[in-house]
Design a protein around this ligand. Structure first.
Ligand SMILES: O=C(O)c1ccc(O)c(O)c1
Ligand SMILES: [Mg+2]
Length: 596
């Protein structure tokens, strides 16, 4: 099917928007009137630019407040329309979007509305133009798609059809099954947008919080299936009004938009993509450091052993249980400090995972390997973290550890069993895109997003996981772009006994993040914990949380560069990450930072 995007969804000048849409592989665009009015290009030049870029002008929009008004006013509206139709002829656009009226002058009279829409369509027809009538969710008298279809059917004009917009339909909770009652050829246009579930005024919700399908909480794929069953064969067009995307670079936003449409078409059964290959574990976490001593001191105190060294690069493998940490001293930037640069995802089919990623427009990274190295397929996540698809001890697949030479056996003395989760910090405008990327490219499920109060701003976090929880990645958006703590990443290590692990860490010279006494006084009131246990937590700085599935006990090391470690004791049924404790942790980290 043809794909299209509304220019309002992208930032920049009209030329920048068109270039971004074309580069991302869209077949067409909806031109928003404001983008045209603000452009120095003539309509003919815009038309030529679109043709050069391989973009069809699928729609011109919007026309507002046309129908159900007194005759003198309607005559003025027709004059306005004639002017627009002349413009559209120059632009080479043959479909115009007309929004249901929001004017106080409009009357609640379906017969009048249908008659005037029919007269508008008469005029449009003279110009070879079709009118697509869209029910705005906040329209004065027409606010549902079935009502807009009722008017279109009543008018019975060949140049008049409906425009369906998933936001207006799903935000009002309309039942999309009724779409199948509309003949496909009377659906002139389809606009697709998702949105997070918010309880707010629908106009504000639409104008500020729309997002690309798969980034929000609507069943857009379900709606698309109904539209296709109705027989619609026009373009799938994204129309997203979003405060963040208005500010972000148009190029990457357009690529996200295309990724969203590909995943949507797959979900609706109209695109054949390589099947998702869901990762089955974390093979390794790779730290890049300009300052190897402080990192290895922490790893050592945590009970890790340097077990192997890469044959060709300054990369050491530190291991404990199934937790593997690569310490890479090549290419580190001192100013950026130590950071989590790559994740090895255990994959049952690394090549298939890479094919899927590529089909979904993930940036595939050049293989950093010598001829004798094991093949490693990697893509870049939106925050720049490299994701490697690899195999550890799987028969029939090359093992990434073959590139390493053993230097010692792991001692497994610290009680760490494996990686519990990785927490990555996204640039502030990447929150929605990051969730969509991890869902569609990696086949992970996204959990609810949570807001966490930081002393200097609000952070948002959303976890993506596989079904058995052996891969958990927490995607966080920092409060202030300049704030160090907001930019901290962390590596959480699973242990069966956090008290023993914390004690061992401290005895080995490690420094745990101290937690204020007030926290423990409150914990005593919230949970029925034995005094002795509370005292132990207070002493070590262990935080506690509980949900329906069980308990979560965790504590933190000091921060090295951009990174800190967390020791985690998770009951099998506990789903979260200790979010209620995060404000206390963030405040404690700020306090440490200021004290230094
Ligand atoms: O917010 C609006 O006014 C508006 C305009 C045109 C559309 O297609 C739409 O869905 C909303
Ligand atoms: Mg719309």
């Amino acid at each position: 099917m043809r794909t299209s995007i509304a220019t309002v969804s992208l930032s920049g000048s009209l030329t920048e928007k068109l270039t971004a849409a074309s580069r991302a592989g869209f077949d067409g665009v909806e031109i928003f009137e404001n983008d045209l009015l603000a452009s120095p290009l003539t309509p003919e030049e815009i038309r030529a630019r679109c043709a050069d870029l391989g973009l069809a002008v699928e729609l011109y929009q919007p026309m507002r407040d046309i129908e159900a008004v007194p005759e003198e006013e309607f005559a003025r509206n027709l004059r306005r329309a004639r002017h627009k139709f002349e413009l559209m002829r120059r632009l080479g656009a043959d479909t115009v979007l007309v929004c249901s009226s929001v004017s106080p002058a409009a009357v609640d009279d379906d017969a009048l509305a249908a008659e005037q829409l029919s007269r508008l369509a008469d005029l449009a027809q003279d110009f070879g133009i079709r009118v697509a009538y869209e029910a705005l969710a906040w329209g004065r008298h027409v606010s549902t798609y079935d009502h807009s279809w009722h008017l279109v059917r009543t008018a019975g004009h060949p140049a008049l059809g409906v425009c369906l917009d998933s936001f207006h339909i799903l935000s009002r909770g309309s039942d999309p099954r009724g779409i199948e009652d509309i003949p496909g050829e009377k659906i002139f246009f389809l606009q697709l947008a998702d949105a997070p579930q918010l309880a707010m005024d629908v106009l504000q919700w639409s104008r500020h919080y729309r997002c690309f399908p798969g980034q929000g909480g609507f069943d857009v794929a379900g709606l698309l299936r109904h539209v296709l069953r109705a027989g619609y064969r026009g373009p799938l067009s994204l129309e997203v009004f979003n405060d963040v995307f208005r500010q972000a670079d148009a190029g990457p936003t357009a690529v996200d938009a295309r990724r969203s449409l590909l995943a949507l078409q797959e979900a609706a059964g109209t695109a054949d993509l390589p099947a998702p290959v869901v990762p089955t574990g974390v093979a390794f976490a790779e730290l890049v450091t300009p300052d190897v001593e402080p990192v290895t001191a922490v790893l050592d105190a945590l009970g890790f052993t340097r077990t192997a060294r890469h044959r060709g690069k300054p990369v050491d493998l530190w291991q404990q249980g199934q937790a593997r940490v690569l310490v890479n001293t090549a290419g580190a930037v001192r100013r950026e400090g130590t950071q989590l640069a790559a994740i090895g995802l255990e994959s049952p089919d690394p090549a298939g995972a890479a094919r899927r990623a590529e089909a979904l427009l993930a940036p595939v990274l050049p293989r950093r390997r010598a001829p004798e190295d094991a093949p490693l397929d990697a893509v870049a996540a939106p925050d720049g973290t490299e994701l490697f698809f690899c195999a550890t001890g799987q028969p029939h697949l090359p093992d990434w550890r073959a590139d390493f030479e053993d230097v010692a056996a792991p001692a497994d003395t610290g009680g760490v069993e494996r990686v519990d989760h990785l927490a990555l910090t996204q640039p502030w405008h990447h929150f929605d895109k990051a969730a969509l990327f991890h869902r569609s490219v990696l086949g992970l499920d996204a959990q609810e997003s949570v807001d966490v109060a930081d002393p200097y701003g609000l952070q948002r976090s959303r976890a993506v996981t596989n079904a058995d929880g052996s891969v958990r990645i927490a995607l966080g958006v920092g409060a202030a772009p300049t704030d160090d703590t907001a930019h901290a990443q962390h590596l959480a290590l699973a242990t069966g006994d956090v008290v023993a692990a914390a004690r061992r860490f401290r005895a080995a010279g490690g420094r745990l993040l101290p937690i204020p006494a007030n926290y423990y006084d409150d914990l005593a009131a919230r949970h029925d914990l034995p005094d002795e246990e509370l005292e132990t937590y207070r002493d070590l700085g262990i935080l506690y949380d509980r949900d329906a599935g069980g308990a979560f006990r965790h504590c933190y090391t000091e921060t090295v560069g951009r990174l800190f470690f967390e020791l985690v004791q998770r009951d099998p049924g506990y789903r979260g990450y200790g979010a209620p404790n995060a404000p206390v942790r963030l405040a404690a980290q700020h306090a440490r930072h200021t004290a230094r």
